[in-house]
Design a protein around this ligand. Structure first.
Ligand code: LLP
Length: 419
C-alpha cells in the first residue's frame, strides 16, 4: 500500500494532508512516512527468511535519527562509511555488534573509534588499510574483525557515478589480490578474518549482476576454505533499485530468491546493506512555487527548493516525479522546474510535463527519501530544510529547519583581521 496518496484532490502522507504540514512547518521540507519505512524494512528482511541474516541499513542513504531509531526498533543493524555515521548509529541505539564499516578512506581516528566501539566488522578496501587496522588494534589491545571487500568486476548496468564493482572503480580489492589479502590477514596478530564483502553499485534494476557477484564471492569462500581460512559472514552490500519513473527493478522476492537459493545450504551468515530500497520511496520533498517566467523557448517554474536541497537531478540527471500537492483541473505545461541557486544546473526537472503550477502552489518531489536530505548542503548559505515524519494522523518535526545562526556556528574571525 502506498502511503503518499490523493484523497479527493489533496495529497496525503498516511492520514495527514501534506498541505497542512506545509502551513505549519513552512517550505521546503522533507516528509517521511513511518508506515512506509516500516513496511519496506520488514518486507526486505522477510524476503530473506530461510537464511541466517543481518540487515544493516545503509546510513548514507538517510541518516536521520528518527529513521535510524525506527529501523533499529525493527532489528536493523547499520552499514557505515564514516565516524559520523558510527556516532549516529550508536546514538540511535544500534548495537555496535550489528555495525559494518565500509569505505576506501578510513582515517586512524575513525578506525580507533570503531575498534573501541566493538563493531561487527571492518570491510577492508586495501592492503594498506588492512595493515593499519592490524597496527591500531595491536595498540588498543583489540582483535579487529575483518572482511575483505572484493571488487568482483561486475557491471551493475547503472549510472557510471554509482557503479562500484568494476575494475576501474576505486572500491574493494580485485579477486586475486583479495586472496593475497586473506593470506596476509591470516598471519596478522590483531585481526580476525570473519567475512567477505562486496557492493557492486546502486540503483541496480536487474538480478543478474548480483548473481554474478555472488558466484565470485562463493568461489573465493571455497578457495579460502582450502587454505583453512574460514569465512562466517558473507556481505552482499546494497544496491537494489527502486522505481522513480518507469524503471522496473526486480521485486524483493526475485532478488532475495537468487541469494537465498545460493546460500541456504551453506553455514554463511548473510549480511545485506540496503539503503535506497528502504527509504527512497518513503520520502518526498515538498516545495512551493515562487514565480513563473517564460523565455522565447522555455517555461520556468521557480520553486523554493534548489540543488542544495536535492542534488540528484543536477548530479546524475536523475528523474524525480513532480506532483501537485493540491490537484486542480490545471492544464499540463512543459517546463523546467528550477531552484533559486545561481547555477544553470540548479533544476529539479528539465523539460517536464507537469500540471500548471502558479505562484504559491505546493509541489511534491517524489521518491526523495534516499540520497536527498543526506546529500544536501548549505551552498549559497541556504538553510538546510526541516525533516518531518508522519505516523497515522500525526506529524513530527524530526529535524528543525536551520536558522541563520546555525549557518555561522563554529565560525570566527581571526584577530588579525579585526581593525
Ligand atoms: N553499501 C555500500 C558499501 C555502499 O557504498 C552503498 C551505497 C550501499 C551499501 C547502499 O546502496 P543502496 O542500497 O542505497 O543502493 N548518491 C547516489 C547513490 C550512491 C550510493 C553509494 N553507496 C544516488 O543518489 O543515487
Amino acid at each position: 500500500m502506498n502511503h503518499f496518496i490523493y484523497h479527493k484532490n489533496e495529497l496525503y502522507c498516511e492520514d495527514v494532508p501534506v498541505q497542512k504540514i506545509a502551513q505549519e512547518v513552512g517550505t521546503p521540507f522533507y516528509l517521511y512516512s513511518h508506515a512506509t519505512l516500516k513496511r519496506h524494512f520488514l518486507a526486505f528482511d522477510g524476503a530473506f527468511k530461510g537464511v541466517q541474516r543481518l540487515v544493516c541499513y545503509s546510513a548514507k542513504a538517510n541518516a536521520n535519527m528518527a529513521i535510524l531509531r525506527l529501523l533499529k526498533s525493527l532489528g536493523s543493524g547499520l552499514d557505515i562509511v564514516s565516524g559520523g555515521e558510527l556516532f549516529r548509529g550508536i546514538k540511535a541505539g544500534i548495537s555496535p555488534e550489528k555495525i559494518v564499516y565500509s569505505g576506501v578512506g578510513k582515517r586512524i581516528d575513525e578506525i580507533d573509534y570503531a575498534l573501541d566501539s566493538g563493531i561487527l566488522m571492518f570491510n577492508v578496501e586495501s592492503l594498506e588499510e588492512l595493515d593499519l587496522i592490524d597496527k591500531r588494534a595491536g595498540l588498543l589491545k583489540k582483535k579487529a574483525p575483518v572482511a575483505i571487500r572484493v571488487n568482483p568486476d561486475v557491471d551493475p548496468q547503472t549510472h557510471h557515478y554509482i557503479s562500484t564493482g568494476l575494475k576501474k572503480n576505486k572500491f574493494g580489492i580485485d579477486i586475486k589480490t583479495a586472496m593475497e589479502g586473506y593470506k596476509i590477514a591470516g598471519g596478522l596478530d590483531n585481526v580476525e578474518v570473519i567475512g567477505i564483502d562486496c557492493h557492486i553499485g546502486s540503483q541496480i534494476t536487474k538480478v543478474q549482476p548480483f548473481e554474478e557477484a555472488l558466484k565470485s564471492l562463493k568461489t573465493l569462500v571455497t578457495d579460502l576454505k582450502e587454505l583453512r581460512i574460514k569465512i562466517r559472514y558473507l556481505d552482499m552490500g546494497g544496491g537494489l533499485g527502486i522505481t522513480y519513473d518507469d524503471e522496473s527493478p526486480p521485486d524483493l522476492g526475485e532478488y532475495a530468491k537468487v541469494i537465498v537459493e545460493s546460500l541456504k545450504k551453506s553455514e554463511l551468515k548473510l549480511i545485506l546493506e540496503p539503503g535506497r530500497v528502504i527509504v527512497g520511496n518513503a520520502g518526498i520533498l515538498v516545495t512551493r512555487a515562487l514565480y513563473r517566467k517564460s523565455s522565447s523557448i522555455k517555461e520556468f517554474v521557480i520553486v523554493d527548493a534548489g540543488m542544495n536541497d536535492l542534488l540528484r537531478p543536477t548530479l546524475y540527471n536523475a528523474f524525480h516525479a513532480i506532483k501537485p500537492v493540491v490537484k486542480s483541473d490545471n492544464k499540463l505545461i512543459n517546463a523546467d522546474v528550477v531552484g533559486p541557486i545561481c547555477e544553470s544546473g540548479d533544476f529539479l526537472a528539465m523539460d517536464r510535463e507537469i500540471p500548471d503550477a502558479k505562484n504559491g502552489d505546493l509541489l511534491a518531489v517524489m521518491s526523495a527519501g534516499a540520497y536527498a536530505f543526506a546529500m544536501s548542503s548549505n551552498y549559497c548559505s541556504r538553510l538546510k530544510v526541516a525533516e518531518v515524519m508522519v505516523k497515522d494522523d500525526k506529524f513530527y518535526v524530526a529535524t528543525q529547519r536551520q536558522s541563520y545562526e546555525d549557518l555561522v556556528r563554529g565560525e570566527s574571525v581571526p584577530p588579525f583581521i579585526n581593525i
